[in-house]
Design a protein around this ligand. Sequence first.
Ligand code: PLP
Length: 511
Amino acid sequence: MTGDVPPEEFRELLHRAADWVADYRGTIEEQGISPQVSPGELTNTFPTRAPELGEPLAQIFADLDRLIVPGILHWGHPSFLAYFGSTTTAPGIIGEIIAAALNVSAMTWRTSPIATELETLVLGWLREMLGLSTAFTGVVYDTASISTLHALAAARQEVIPTVREKGIAGGPTLRVYTSDQGHSHIDKAMIMLGHGEANVRRIATDAEFRMEPAALRAALREDLAAGLRPLAVVATVGTTSTTSVDPLPAIAAICREHQLWLHVDAAYGGALAILPEGRWVFEGIEHADSIVINPHKWLFVPLDFSALYVRAPEKLRAAFSIVPEYLASDAAGAEINYMDYGIQLGRRFRALKAWFVFRAFGRHGLIERIREHCRLAQLLTSWVESDADFELAAPVHMGVVCFRARASDDANREIVAAINASGRAYIGHTTLRGRIAIRVGLGNVLTTEEHLADAWALIRAEAARINGEDVTAVAAARAKAASGIAGEARFGVRCVPAPLLPGAFVGDGHA
Ligand code: PLP
């Protein structure tokens, strides 16, 4: 057999798939949120070899509910409150489906003109909605990890102009500075660029988890005296654990003094700037050299979509542009070829889903949804503050609330583990100043006050239950059961969601 699936069969399956998607989304609350499985169990339900002969699509489709859904952690469930919540939305889903059908590569303008031009367009819309200056030019990557990698590569290209030709051997020891709350992707970027994670210097934060400019200044002084070469500062607008916002104006002044690249990781918190009352997070942003914002974290565009804005796009080009003959432009200079701004050649048509979302919700709709998440976060904060058995663990600025039961770390871990094993809600936890905090993230358009109230009731009930138990013994038994199920990755991020594990850790862990 050659060719594709017959058109009529395809059409019929596509209709079924559309119904499946609508049903899944419409009845998602009936699902237990977390899969009740252990690692390897799912794999064992599949044949170890690919089929020799093709199978009817309808048969594969029938296996979706039997083989795939049982292994899903339902991020789109309105009571999924881990990480930053989920950005699944109907317009985003439709955009993804159509992008899959088109399956074009946005590597050069020629390889699909609208994929390039829509990317430029939605980046312009986003920039304007967030109040950023037109001095910044955008490019879309998959994730903030990749955006930051590119920003630091561009910064390095300026500091070591020979680097792309000769590499880093024999060059200076480059240092990058970020707070003790900065995300681990910064370390990964330095690993990838060949400078090593030891050259990410962590700067102390204040009581509200914001980078201390005086500590940054002292670290720079020390490193310069030791003959090291500072490359960039990565300030964070909306840190992973607590959504704290580093003081950009003071950090920018230090960067200017030392002629350092200022990269702002606003992957999550940049979205707040869409609210007039949230613009404060971008105070000083005009001094940044690069900014990363992830609409897949809080602007309702499904994974993946990360926007990097740079003041000098030519520096990205200087670091990355290579044009083999088969990709050479026949209209030099008149077009944007996004392949020139990064390591990737083939690029997905990500702009399409953002265009669907931004149009379907409009700026007002985006604002109202983000405002609602902030309202829910403040509501949860008020519940925590008025309950003598709990305490807030960090100030609440955005859609994330960190708090803890006034009990041991083990007890707090146990609360998270028990909630997540229940399938009725899913929350996270993190470490703050060495202590465990429960972490709730609001970001899902389906989450209502009722869902939050239910989750809070569950948390209180678990806390009360655990209070009456020997928590250390319970935690030890749970850990024993979990051992051999999944490893705990660095920085406490769990590799595999499993019901017996104590919840989904997020960032931090550098302190
Ligand atoms: N920056 C912050 C503040 C984050 O919280 C995260 C992930 O949670 C990242 C960057 C990395 O994002 P991505 O998964 O898009 O690489």
